[in-house]
Structures are given as structure tokens and as C-alpha cells.
Design a protein around this ligand. Structure first.
Ligand SMILES: O=c1ccn([C@@H]2O[C@H](COP(=O)(O)OP(=O)(O)O[C@H]3OC[C@@H](O)[C@H](O)[C@H]3O)[C@@H](O)[C@H]2O)c(=O)[nH]1
Length: 368
């Protein structure tokens, strides 16, 4: 019985001589490439390749290096890896003669953003959209020149109280340049990547002319521009002043020094105004995550200064040209730091561009 059954079974399943391939095993398609990778140390070569590529991308300067020239570039101040190079500038002897006051720059941010990050190799730098308040003024117009020269689009916002159309007239007709007559104490909505907030009279004769307007510009104007930065996610740079140290009890002033400011004096509208502007800036950073920088500017000189703005450089130059004696106020023992306007503007650009943790730089250019 049993053998019969076995025989029948063979009959019902006739043996074929034809070749029939084995059914494919799905797990082999996964195992095979893995085995291939593990053979002849191929995996090691892959990892070495990834490591080299990472190093190249991390260390090579981004193609967005500023093409603008200026005296700072000659100190190797441009390029990527800002902190290292800023440190080089700080320790450079030309920038740190013994003694004297400082220009202090505070910066704070929470990461790359606003289109200022690294750009892949081979891609042309994309221009940023930038607002410069006070862009028709002495310092602002030099900043505008540099931004346009490197390919950015610039909107100047100025009420012409101390700014002058002539300072930016040479850009009329440039499609990347716009000029708006506007007072920053009124709100303004623009789509931009960065805001340089310079708008405020800075010479004592000008800021004492209408003290209430001066403090309003610093407080309400800064509030408006910070609100704009928050709304559109723009990076924000506040131009502050050495005046935040008031009548300092420390010489030279270190950035951790909080100053000695008279809250009711004739210069308070400016000193306290800028101090409040700094406070607002830091509160927008802490409370709303706005990426901010604060530059405490010391005495700046250069082309487009008003000859009659009452400050010491313009006074001395004007008196020298008229062959008049120079007027030295007080006992003449007071000290100041002086910097050329293009050096200051170069620092603004580096400061706003690089990603660094909260940190401070001080630069002394010259003092007397
Ligand atoms: O003719 C002059 C003018 C000024 N001075 C003295 O020179 C020094 C500098 O005075 P300035 O008026 O040029 O400038 P200040 O340093 O007082 O403030 C200036 O510099 C810092 C900026 O942030 C401020 O916006 C600006 O007001 C002062 O000690 C002043 O008394 C003179 O001895 N003779």
C-alpha cells in the first residue's frame, strides 16, 4: 500500500528536465550591498571621504566674503571664521595703542539666520535686503556705500534732520538703492533681512537742539525698528555711543563698566536715550529672540562730517584751515578715541555677518 501510494505521487507530479531558476530571496537584495560595503575596507574609505568633505566645507571661506575694500581688509579682517579674525584685529598693535578710550561692540545672537549664513561653494553671493536708518547721515552714508558696493539692496530711511540727500545722491539710479523720507518715531513696515539702526543726531549741538525729540528718537524710534526686526525676522544692529559711560570714573572704559551718567543733565537726552535703546535691544533679544548687536561708537571722523557740527575734529580742522587758534576746552587733559569712518563701517559689516556667541570687542584706534 505504502509503496503504491508513493509511486502514484510521482506520477501526479511529472519531473521536468527544463531549467527553472530558484525563486528570488528578498532579503538577499539587502544583504548583498552590505556585504559588498564590508569587503575590502570599503566602509573605511567612505567614512574618510565624508570626513574630508566636512573639513573642506567647514574650513573654506564662504564665497560671500565682502568684496568691499577698506583699511580693515588690510588687517585680514574679512572672510569667514569671524571670531578668530576679530581677535587678531583686537590684538593688532595698530588697533591697541596703550591707554585711551575704546569703541565697544556688543553682539548677541541665537544662531544663523537672516540670509547671513554660509553659502555653498560655487554659488554667487545673494544680495541681502537691508534697511539703514539715518542712511543719509555722515556714518550712515558710508555704510550705504559699502553695502551697495558688495551687492546688497539698500533702503535708506532718513528724515534729513542731520542727514543730507547729497550724501547718497551718487546712488540715485541704482536699482538696488531706495531712499525714503521718514522719521523713525513713526512705525514702518518693510521686508528686509537686516536693519542697521543709526537714526539719531549725534553731535552735541544737534542732539541738544531739541532734547525731547532726541530722546523720543532713541526710545520710540528704536522700539519701532526692533518691532520691525521681530516681525520680519531681521538681524538688528544698534549704533550706541561712548556716551553711555557718561562722565566715566574708569579710564579706559571696559565694556562691563556701567557708567556714570547724569540723568538730568543737558546731555541726558542723548546719553539716557541711547542707554534705553540698548535696554530695549537686549529685551527684544531676550524676550522675542531677535538677533541683535550693539556697537558703542566712540569719536568718528571722515568725509561728510559737518564742518560746523561743534565736535573737536571738525572744530580743529576748521580753525586750522582758517588759521585761527584751536580752542581747547577745560584743562585739555581729557582723552578720546578717534576712528576713521570707513574703519567703523567695516566693523559693522563684520559684526552683523558672523555667527558668534555673546561677546564683546573693543578697539582703540587713536587717543589723545
Ligand atoms: O573745539 C573743541 C571741541 C571739543 N573739545 C573737547 O574735545 C572733546 C571731544 O568733544 P566732542 O564734542 O568732539 O565729542 P564728545 O566726545 O563729547 O561726544 C561725541 O563723541 C562720541 C559720540 O558718540 C557722540 O555722539 C559725540 O557727542 C571734549 O572733551 C571737548 O571738551 C575741545 O577741546 N575743543
Amino acid at each position: 500500500m505504502t509503496s503504491e501510494l508513493i509511486f502514484r505521487g510521482h506520477e501526479s507530479q511529472p519531473v521536468s528536465d527544463e531549467y527553472s531558476p530558484k525563486p528570488p530571496k528578498p532579503w538577499l537584495s539587502v544583504i548583498r550591498p552590505i556585504r559588498y560595503m564590508l569587503r575590502e575596507q570599503r566602509l573605511v574609505f567612505v567614512f574618510v571621504g565624508i570626513a574630508i568633505a566636512t573639513l573642506v566645507f567647514a574650513l573654506l571661506p564662504s564665497s560671500s566674503s565682502s568684496s568691499a575694500s577698506g583699511s580693515l581688509d588690510s588687517f585680514n579682517y574679512g572672510g569667514y571664521g569671524g571670531r578668530h579674525q576679530l581677535d587678531e584685529v583686537i590684538s593688532s598693535r595698530e588697533f591697541l595703542p596703550a591707554g585711551g578710550d575704546r569703541m565697544a561692540i556688543y553682539q548677541n545672537n541665537r544662531g544663523l539666520g537672516s540670509g547671513t549664513g554660509k553659502i555653498p561653494l560655487g554659488l554667487k553671493r545673494k544680495g541681502l535686503r537691508i534697511v539703514v536708518t539715518g542712511g543719509a547721515g555722515f556714518v550712515g552714508s558710508h555704510l550705504v556705500d559699502r553695502l551697495l558696493a558688495r551687492g546688497d539692496s539698500v533702503i535708506v530711511v532718513d528724515n534729513y534732520f542731520t542727514g543730507r540727500k547729497e550724501n547718497v545722491m551718487h546712488h540715485f539710479g541704482n536699482p538696488r538703492f531706495e531712499l525714503i523720507r521718514h522719521d523713525v518715531v513713526e512705525p514702518l513696515l518693510l521686508e528686509v533681512d537686516q536693519i542697521y539702526h543709526l537714526a539719531c543726531p549725534a553731535s552735541p549741538v544737534h542732539y541738544k537742539h531739541n532734547p525731547v525729540k532726541t530722546i523720543k528718537t532713541n526710545v520710540v524710534g528704536t522700539l519701532n525698528m526692533l518691532g520691525l526686526a521681530k516681525r520680519v525676522g531681521a538681524r538688528f544692529l544698534l549704533t550706541s555711543t561712548s556716551e553711555v559711560y557718561g562722565d566715566p570714573l574708569q579710564h579706559p572704559q571696559v565694556e562691563t563698566y556701567w557708567g556714570n551718567v547724569n540723568p538730568i543733565g543737558v546731555r541726558s537726552c542723548y546719553d539716557e536715550g541711547k542707554r534705553t535703546a540698548e535696554t530695549l535691544t537686549m529685551d527684544y533679544h531676550r524676550g522675542a529672540g531677535v538677533e541683535v548687536r550693539i556697537a558703542r561708537i566712540f569719536n568718528t571722523y571722515g568725509p561728510r562730517m559737518f564742518i560746523d557740527d561743534g565736535r573737536v575734529v571738525s572744530n580743529f580742522v576748521a580753525q586750522a584751515l582758517r588759521k585761527e587758534p584751536m580752542t581747547v576746552y577745560g584743562d585739555g587733559k581729557q582723552t578720546r578715541s578717534f576712528q576713521y569712518v570707513s574703519d567703523l563701517v567695516g566693523i559693522f559689516l563684520q559684526l552683523i555677518r558672523h555667527f558668534m556667541p555673546l561677546f564683546v570687542i573693543s578697539i582703540t584706534v587713536y587717543s589723545f
